[in-house]
Design a binder for this molecule. Structure first.
Ligand code: ADP
Ligand code: MG
Length: 253
């Protein structure tokens, strides 16, 4: 997709859990090449929005369009195949497997056979291709020299990077990151910000959920704020910083 053209569009997106409306008529676009953040207090509906986009949940109402295709309620594996990859709020790596094996699990999902078939009956050619893709992804995060180490031996900042590598191994067009900076130390946050800028410069569109305002302000082109499932504000970091609605709901006045 051409830089600046609409890539991802959510329209009238809503999700109800019983009587609770977790996502309430949310509408936004992400253009190719942009870095966009979803912010908002705990429980605002950010992760649910990601789950709706990535196919982990079906919306009660609304649509998800990606690169001109209506992908509402498509399965996660299908979304990965068309170029939508994600990371999770809580690290979902296998701690007792190597970095390379963890990242290979991400690369399988983009092969024809799909992850399960791939893992069970991997033919030698596919295995080679998957291994090479995974090694390339580890190189992109600067951890190729740790490829054979166990994930559990890494500090949290590097585990997050491995999660990103696993998503990158599927060769995404857009990458959704759920609170990538949570729990990281200051230096780790700076390294993560640098890595995300590199990934963006390489042509991957980024949509992230993040609590850390300082981290967001220094990284993104545009911010969308949710509160109680509703979209409350949208703008550049400067516009958001000075928006009274945001200051009241999120920054505490
Ligand atoms: P955020 O990521 O912004 O903190 P979430 O999207 O995780 O918020 O949650 C939004 C609201 O939906 C919260 O009130 C949460 O408790 C509720 N919620 C999220 N997932 C589920 C679920 N699977 N079942 C029931 N309620 C849920
Ligand atoms: Mg969340």
């Amino acid at each position: 997709p051409k830089r600046g053209s609409p890539l991802l569009e959510v329209s009238g997106l809503s999700k109800q859990f019983g009587g609770l409306t977790a996502v309430d008529n949310v509408n936004f676009k992400v253009n190719a090449g942009e870095i966009v953040a979803l912010i908002g207090p705990n429980g605002a509906g950010k992760s649910t929005t990601f789950n709706l986009i990535s196919g982990a949940l079906r919306p009660t109402k609304g649509t998800v369009t990606f690169a001109g295709q209506n992908l509402t309620s498509e399965k996660p594996l299908h979304l990965v195949k068309v170029g939508v990859a994600r990371t999770f709020q809580h690290v979902k790596l296998r701690p007792n497997m190597s970095l390379l094996e963890n990242v290979m699990l991400g690369a399988y999902s983009r092969t024809k056979t799909g992850f399960l078939a791939g893992a069970l009956h991997l033919d030698a050619t596919v295995e080679k291709q998957v291994r090479a893709q995974a090694a390339l992804a580890l190189q992109r995060i600067g951890l190729l020299d740790r490829a054979d180490d166990m994930v559990s031996s890494l500090p949290l900042g590097q585990q997050r990077a491995v999660e990103i590598a696993r998503a990158l191994a599927s060769d995404p067009v857009i990458l959704l990151l759920d609170e990538p900076a949570a729990g990281l130390r200051r230096l780790e946050k700076e390294q993560l910000s640098h890595l995300l800028k590199e990934i963006s410069a390489a042509g991957v569109t980024l949509l992230l959920v993040e609590h850390d305002m300082e981290f967001v302000m220094g990284l993104v082109d545009r911010i969308i704020m949710l509160d109680f499932g509703k979209q409350r504000a949208e703008g550049t970091p400067e516009e958001i910083r000075s928006n009274p609605v945001v200051r009241e709901a999120y920054l505490g006045g």
